[in-house]
Design a protein. Structure first.
Length: 71
């Protein structure tokens, strides 16, 4: 089963920011939108246009699912 099925990019990003915060997210995925004046909306704009960055965010989300559940 695909853990990304039915979940929006916004929901993925919000969960990652809630769990890690933008500081840690910027360390885990080195992209400018997480390190310089980060917001959900500016990050979404970049991620929707940039396939490789969106893939990194989705991969981190999938790897983090067990951590979310353990909380």
């Amino acid at each position: 089963m695909d853990p990304l099925h039915g979940i929006t990019l916004k929901a993925i990003l919000e969960k990652l920011v809630e769990y890690y915060g933008f500081d840690t997210l910027g360390e885990l995925i080195k992209i400018k939108c997480f390190n310089e004046n980060p917001t959900i909306n500016s990050s979404l704009t970049f991620l929707r246009k940039t396939e490789w960055a969106r893939k990194k965010v989705e991969d981190l989300y999938v790897r983090s699912l067990k951590k979310f559940d353990a909380r």
